[in-house]
Design a binder for this molecule. Structure first.
Ligand code: GDG
Length: 472
């Protein structure tokens, strides 16, 4: 399915994916879908370049490639500290992932977040034509719609949140929670991955703002009606399935088999982030090794965890903690010819990942909280239909709402994780095939192009006339 829209599309996100490699290359599903949509109908992808500048100038760097135009701006060091490493990743990210213990509240973060959103609005505005559809992405840019409306902007604007929306009580621990949520009413459409996150949003609006709910996802507050929808993101399934059968994937698979003949591989692939539950995963695997001595030496875990957000302290701490945990488990259980955990802090090209997923008897995807989790879907797409592996999936990943035929577990319970590993290792082929067929059916049907079309259909609002939403 193609991802279509009639008008030009302006995608705005914190970072921009350069259209350097085409589908099947090294881009993730989100980038593939958005680039396809941009290619199809024209438009611009706007965001931060990843570079810093002494003084913000609003200079835009345009690049063209693969039929897509990207436009990026540099930000000041202080912007990055307060907006990106500050409010976005020290305040909103932990809070929205239920980690109030890790959430930092700093006035400087608030003002940096507001300033950078204003800077985005100011610089992107001249690039937008009256009929363009504008699609803003993620928690870095929640107030951007309001900042555009303040400038008299009348276009249809949509916002999609890639992370969970927290329950009311939790969100209320954010000092400026009302202001943040109210700013969402500047959009025409607001999207979430799951019914759960959408429900929490609606709850907040009715209980805390005194707003009302209508038909077709309409949510009204203070005379403004927006459409709040569930739109679960998928992956570029067809391309990923092809990659899993391609040369690079086969080569990676052979490498895995040769390095561990006759041993079952359990694979985890995650950005190094506390929301992904890596420490709990290691502890669950440790429990499995302790409780099943006869299985030691017959399995091994490969955890790929490329570092991320290294300037944020919590991320340095989690890295140190995982180094010590994996060392301890290996020290305790390894033998002269077997290491239970291969823990790798670097990234691999997507086709190689596809091959590694295919080689794995178990995909262990156990986040403590996750907006969606695309690794779960990639693992399913990479499997051999005749002899598929088993997906063990956290109930707290958004993906669990769609992937009900995975072995679903509570990632906080080492016991459950250990039992699930045994269940997966001993699962008869017929059951593995049956479960996988249900999973792949969803991953194919609700792929990333379907998601993109779902959101853009709502954003076009064919039935709904665009309302003037200028805020005084
Ligand atoms: C956010 C939300 C939501 C990982 N290691 C390598 C690599 N990856 C790729 C995976 C996957 C992507 O990164 C990670 O996506 P996730 O969905 O698992 O998680 P987040 O990065 O936290 O993404 C999440 C998502 O946004 C989309 O809305 O699902 O809930 O948190 O595609 O394959 N890719 C390559 N090498 C690696 O080593 N090439």
């Amino acid at each position: 399915m193609e991802c279509r829209a009639m008008s030009r599309l302006i995608v705005i996100s914190n970072r921009v994916q350069p259209p350097t490699s085409g589908p099947g290359g090294n881009q993730g599903g989100l980038a593939v879908a958005l680039l396809a949509a941009l290619r199809e109908q024209g438009g611009i992808w706007f965001g931060w370049s990843g570079e810093t500048t002494e003084e913000f100038s609003g200079h835009i760097n345009f690049q063209q490639g693969g039929g897509v135009t990207t436009a990026t701006i540099d930000l000041e060091e202080q912007d990055i500290d307060e907006y990106y490493n500050g409010y976005a990743n020290r305040t909103l990210w932990p809070l929205f992932h239920y980690r109030i213990d890790l959430t930092e509240f700093e006035r400087d973060f608030d003002s940096g977040y507001a300033r950078v959103n204003e800077r985005f609005a100011e610089t992107v505005q001249p690039l937008i034509e009256p009929d363009d559809l504008v699609w803003v992405h993620d928690y870095h840019l929640i107030p951007l719609g309001r900042d555009l409306r303040k400038r008299g902007f009348k276009n249809r604007i949509g916002f999609f949140l890639h992370i969970p929306w927290p329950p009311v009580r939790l969100l209320m621990s954010l000092p400026s929670h009302r202001k943040l949520v109210e700013s969402l009413f500047a959009y025409d459409v607001v999207g979430f991955h799951t019914e759960d996150w959408l429900d929490s949003f609606r709850d907040y609006v009715t209980k805390e703002l005194g707003g009302t709910l209508g038909d077709n996802g309409e949510v009204t507050w203070n005379g403004k009606t927006i459409q709040a929808i569930r739109a679960p993101i998928g992956i570029e399934t067809k391309e990923f399935e092809e990659a899993a059968n391609g040369h690079d994937a086969r080569f990676a698979r052979e490498r895995m088999y040769m390095s561990a003949t006759g041993r079952s591989l359990i694979v985890g692939v995650d950005r190094l982030d506390y929301s992904k539950g890596l420490a709990e995963r290691f502890l669950g695997y440790e429990r499995f090794l302790a409780q099943n001595p006869e299985r030691r030496g017959l399995v091994y875990m490969l955890q790929i965890a490329p570092p991320s957000r290294e300037k944020v302290n919590t991320y340095q701490e989690i890295r140190a903690n995982l180094d010590s945990l994996s060392g301890r488990i290996n020290g305790e259980f390894a033998d002269i010819d077997w290491v239970p955990i291969r823990y790798v802090n670097k990234g691999f090209p997507r086709p190689v990942l596809a091959g590694i997923y295919r080689a794995a008897r178990i995909g262990l995807v156990t986040p403590l909280r996750d907006g969606m989790n695309l690794v779960a879907k990639e693992y399913v797409a990479a499997q051999d239909p005749e002899d598929p592996g088993v997906l063990i999936l956290s109930r707290f990943a958004g993906a669990a709402e769609q992937l009900k035929d995975a072995v679903l577990i509570n990632p906080y319970s080492a016991e459950e994780m250990s039992d699930a590993i045994v269940q997966a290792l001993t699962m008869p082929r017929e059951e593995r095939v049956r479960r996988w067929e249900c999973l792949i059916d969803n991953v194919r049907r609700e792929d990333v192009f379907w998601w993109c079309e779902l959101f853009l259909t709502a954003l076009r609002g064919d039935a709904v006339k665009a309302e003037a939403k200028a805020i005084e």
